[in-house]
Design a protein around this ligand. Structure first.
Ligand code: ADP
Ligand code: MG
Length: 479
């Protein structure tokens, strides 16, 4: 019988903190500058320089810790992790080993079947980023850009609680959402602001010992993370099923070839010769400091979604979609508040707005329709000025910049919905006169022809008939 394998995944997520200057120096953190223009003597660890901790990093790390319900260490300290790599010319990385700022915590992730699963967090610690090796444009050589050296990172380490790549993606997405909500990070994955190391192993179903894992480093998109994990699972199962053994090693995902490749055999903590960073004192904080940060925390995505569900009566699915980013949630709340119909606002944003955004590759922050424009448009649906069909055309007019005023556009183009009983009645009588055969067939039982008559009414009114009223009148007159 074929062996059934259970997949085990733990993620280490490196989040670049959104600070103006680096974690131990005053050098700028701006992305995309000329290579090596933003690395100073401290970032490069020149002899005689001394690091100073950037006071912006603690509140951010603590906000994250509180956001996952972890405990905040009142005394945390930095350590040196010694290794040499071209992108780390000072020969060590300053990190937190024994006394990280955050211990424990957990998050709830949604699974495909709609249920939730708890993923536990081991710890989150502060450290400095390394520089970046650049392989393109340097024939047979590697370029080094040290602008990234010293950018503050929060490394979030999960327990090996995930059982599929889908769960790992769901978890990584949640962490991404949380850190952007909290303003801990800008979350720009294409710029490397959030990078995942995927630890993957497999074991026979029912076993309670962990299999040997590999660690695939520095994956910077959810799609690549999914592919890297799947590749790794398949590779390991194939080796085990043909009687081989998994080597504990660090691997690299190559998106061009869609495969992972060995990078180096796995170091152990011993190899790094960790010791307390002699140039930095431990950091002590008190409860008041933590409580002050707690008070300033915004509503978290899950809380927001629950509120949309409970107070505004949206489905949980709608609520989660609309709470996905602070900007989208704010847009929705403005529209909903101004037009007075949360369900209508939710439908229009989910279907019409998100659809157009996806099609045109736009973010909520740069769409051409403001929340108050959409609110006015929905208000005109609610007060029966226009019908849904006209409203969609009007949304396009706003979207493509053909108008900026909903009410002017309705007036100028005479788009008011025809809700006049006698006007529609006269029109319907004429349509019956012109289509006697269809009237006869309908009366003989072909009730599906109602759609034909509605279509005629819409055609004759230029799409402006009040659809509910037209339906009503048609049914009545057809008997
Ligand atoms: P290291 O510090 O050497 O990278 P850790 O023990 O701190 O190792 O684990 C790092 C990550 O690997 C954690 O997210 C953990 O959950 C995960 N992990 C540990 N063992 C396994 C395993 N056998 N299979 C999958 N993931 C694992
Ligand atoms: Mg590791």
């Amino acid at each position: 019988m074929r062996q059934q394998w259970e997949v085990v995944i733990g993620l280490e997520i490196h989040v670049q903190l959104q600070t103006r200057t680096k974690i131990f120096s005053g050098a700028s953190t701006t992305f995309g500058s000329e290579p090596n223009s933003q690395a100073c003597a401290i970032d490069l660890g020149f002899p005689g320089v001394l690091p100073v901790v950037n006071s912006e990093v603690y509140p951010k790390a603590i906000a994250f810790g509180l956001g996952v319900g972890g405990s905040i260490n009142l005394v945390s300290a930095f350590d040196r992790k010694n290794y040499f790599y071209p992108d780390l010319p000072k020969g060590y990385q300053i990190t937190q080993m024994d006394k990280p700022i955050v211990l424990g915590g957990s998050v709830e992730i949604p699974l495909a079947d709609g249920s939730m699963k708890t993923i536990n967090i081991t710890r989150a610690h502060l450290e400095e980023d390394a520089g970046k090796s650049m392989h393109e444009d340097f024939h047979d050589r590697t370029g080094i850009d040290l602008n990234r050296a010293g950018i503050p990172l929060l490394e979030i380490v999960s327990e090996p609680d995930m059982r599929s790549s889908a769960e790992a993606i769901s978890y990584a997405r949640y962490i991404h959402q949380l850190v952007t909500y909290l303003g801990v990070s800008d979350g720009e994955m294409s710029q490397g602001s959030l990078r995942c190391d995927a630890n993957v192993s497999v074991r026979p179903y029912g076993s309670d010992v962990l299999g040997t894992r590999t660690e695939t480093k520095n994956v910077n998109s959810f799609r690549f993370l999914d592919r890297a994990i799947r590749y790794e699972i398949a590779r390991q199962i194939e080796i085990l099923e043909s009687g081989g053994r998994i080597m504990q090693e660090t691997r690299l995902y190559d998106p061009d070839r869609d495969e992972t490749r060995p990078m180096r055999s796995k170091e152990t903590a011993m190899d790094y010769r960790y010791f307390p960073e002699p140039d930095l004192l431990p950091i002590e904080i008190d409860h008041a400091y933590i409580e002050n940060i707690r008070r300033q925390m915004p509503e978290l995505p899950r809380e927001k979604a629950n509120r949309f569900h409970t107070d505004l009566h949206l489905s949980l699915d709608d609520a989660r979609v609309l709470a996905a980013s602070p900007a989208l949630a704010e847009y929705f709340e403005t529209v909903s508040g101004q037009c007075g119909d949360a369900k209508l606002a939710s439908n229009w944003i989910r279907v019409e707005l998100l659809g157009r955004m996806h099609r045109d590759d736009l973010e909520i922050s740069n769409i051409p329709v403001s929340s108050s424009q959409l609110a006015t448009l929905l208000t005109r649906i609610r007060d029966n000025t226009i019908n849904g069909k006209t409203a969609k055309d009007l949304l396009d007019a706003l979207w493509y910049g053909n108008t900026t005023s909903v009410d002017d556009y309705i007036k100028d183009n005479n788009l008011m919905q025809v809700s006049d009983n006698s006007e529609l009645g006269t029109l319907i009588d004429r349509i019956f006169d012109e289509n006697p055969k269809q009237v006869e067939q309908y009366r003989a039982g072909r009730s599906r022809l109602l759609g034909f008559f509605v279509g005629q009414v819409m055609k004759e009114t230029g799409g402006k008939a009040n659809p509910a009223l037209a339906n009503d009148l048609l049914r009545k007159k057809l008997g």
